[in-house]
Design a protein around this ligand. Structure first.
Ligand SMILES: Cc1cc2nc3c(=O)[nH]c(=O)nc-3n(C[C@H](O)[C@H](O)[C@H](O)COP(=O)(O)OP(=O)(O)OC[C@H]3O[C@@H](n4cnc5c(N)ncnc54)[C@H](O)[C@@H]3O)c2cc1C
Length: 453
């Protein structure tokens, strides 16, 4: 074998595809996946006319990577863009949902922030640049837009993206574009104006910019298509336990299979799994990787028939200081066409994350009760759901805590000792599906360059 990839989430699958595109012979590639199916976090349940995502809801079309991959594997016709109404995003504050308007007067009128906090946001262009490379997202936000907006808007955004705590995420790693906007333009507002002039778009207070995109049959369409291309090169139900360095390559110990000799190994599994796999080889990488936290998240999907008021928009997020326990709720039936039968409302509500890991671990009846209580408080839903699906992610999303960049440098230095060993996936340089897919050709090129001709 020439290359073994560990983990068939979207990272491992797209690296495998890129390696074949780069000219690696099929017989020289093996992708080993611990679970019975490929796709990792990406999974879709289709039942009784409903299409229900377990994890990722979609990807944004303002980055080219996933769209380009989709084009190359012939899936373009299966794409589905979110409805226009999905541009309407809400936040729960002071007992009700408030639409995050982009026009200043409407923003003020909606009461997304108390007046004093909203005026403080307007002073953003006058604030000085920071200089701390490990500054947390919260500290950055307090400095630039004030504590009120940091506690409400930024806290909610961080819950929505990382299921994280803004005080425990490093700005430069978690939101590098925002850090770059400050260092390049001196202000986020100035940067947004400049980017708009250049036609770059790319996000503002109402959302991250770009159109949320998925597939008619749900996100699982993407890993399914890659799996079909890889055929027998993918082995599921085959957890890798460890790797051993040997002259000229590696030995991979997986499942109850005989050891596999290979020139290169790509660990495209989560950091905690890579940590275990490397525990005998390198105690330092073992502990660096093991220190990357993954709080649990539980996704509770609920279907309701004939709600009097149908939700219209993307959904809402809940800042921690507002007294609800859920992180937020995505209004699937309003975001996407063809996901529910006529008259049915489908919501996906997130519980847990870095702020409140215990809630994610409640048993099914308790977590459903919590979700229904909070949906009632925020949306006034009092009827019983006609369907409930609970998807548990015991270790959901990697948290790029302060010091993450420095950790990555140490890990890269350490990797330099082991030619033919690579780390890839959402634990390191970006957690979105787009990031994972974007990284794949780079990793594939490095792997190809490492192989002895
Ligand atoms: C609830 C939730 C919602 C999300 N929503 C979005 C969204 O809307 N948009 C977006 O862009 N991103 C979203 N994300 C993030 C996105 O899902 C992930 O970043 C991305 O799917 C990660 O892909 P990956 O391949 O790096 O890792 P994973 O999907 O975690 O795949 C890693 C694979 O490695 C396997 N593995 C683990 N250990 C071993 C081992 N020892 N041997 C072999 N295989 C092993 C696992 O079984 C898994 O299949 C969401 C994540 C979650 C949890």
């Amino acid at each position: 074998m020439r290359v073994v990839i560990v983990g068939a989430g979207i990272s491992g699958l797209s690296i495998a595809f890129e390696l074949l595109e780069a000219g690696l012979r099929r017989d020289d590639l093996l992708l080993l996946e611990a679970a019975p199916r490929a796709g990792g976090n990406i999974a879709t349940t289709r039942e009784d006319g409903l299409t229900i995502e377990h994890g990722p809801n979609g990807f944004l079309d303002n980055a080219p990577s996933t769209l380009h991959l989709v084009e190359r594997i012939g899936l373009h016709g299966a794409l589905l863009k979110s409805n226009r109404s999905a541009a309407r995003r809400f936040i729960y504050r002071s007992g009700r949902l408030r639409c995050i308007e982009t026009r200043p007067l409407k923003f003020l009128k909606e009461g997304v922030l108390p007046l004093s906090s909203a005026f403080r946001v307007a002073l953003e262009p006058m604030m000085k640049k920071g200089g701390n490379p490990t500054e947390s997202v919260h500290d950055f936000a307090v400095r630039r837009i004030g504590r009120g907006a940091a506690d409400v808007l930024v806290d909610a955004m961080v819950s929505g993206v990382f299921a994280g705590n803004s005080r425990e995420l490093e700005l430069a790693s978690a939101f590098p574009k925002m850090a770059a906007m400050e260092s390049q333009y001196g202000s986020l507002v100035k940067a947004m104006i400049a980017r708009k002039r250049m036609g770059a778009g790319g996000g503002g207070p109402a959302g991250p910019g770009g159109v949320l995109t998925s597939f008619v049959d749900g996100m699982q369409t993407l890993p399914d298509a890659l799996t079909a291309l890889l055929k027998d090169r993918l082995i599921t139900g085959c957890p890798v336990q460890s790797v051993q360095h040997r002259p000229g390559g590696w030995r991979v110990f997986a499942g109850n299979r005989p050891e596999i000799e290979t020139e290169a190994v790509v660990l495209a599994c989560p950091a905690y799994a890579a940590s275990q796999i490397l525990s005998d080889l390198d105690p330092s990488m073992h502990s660096e990787l093991g220190d990357i936290a993954y709080p649990p998240v539980t996704v509770v999907a609920t279907a309701f028939d004939d709600l009097r008021e149908k939700p219209d928009g993307f959904g809402f997020l809940v800042p921690r200081c507002q007294g609800l326990q859920i992180l937020g709720s995505l209004w699937t039936s309003s975001i996407w066409q063809h996901r529910t039968p006529e008259g049915t409302t489908l919501l996906r509500t997130m519980v847990g994350g870095a702020h409140d890991p215990r809630s994610a671990e409640l048993d099914d009846p308790a977590i459903l009760q919590l979700v229904l209580r909070d949906l009632n408080a925020a949306m006034g839903i009092t009827s019983d759901p006609t369907g409930v699906w609970i998807f548990r992610y015991d270790k959901a999303i990697a948290q790029y805590r302060p010091g993450h960049r420095a950790r990555m440098q140490r890990l890269r230095q350490r990797l330099g000792r082991y030619p033919g060993l690579f780390l890839a996936g959402s634990a390191y340089d970006g957690i979105s599906v787009n990031h994972c897919v974007e990284e794949a050709p780079r990793v594939a090129a490095q792997v190809m360059a490492s192989l002895v001709l």
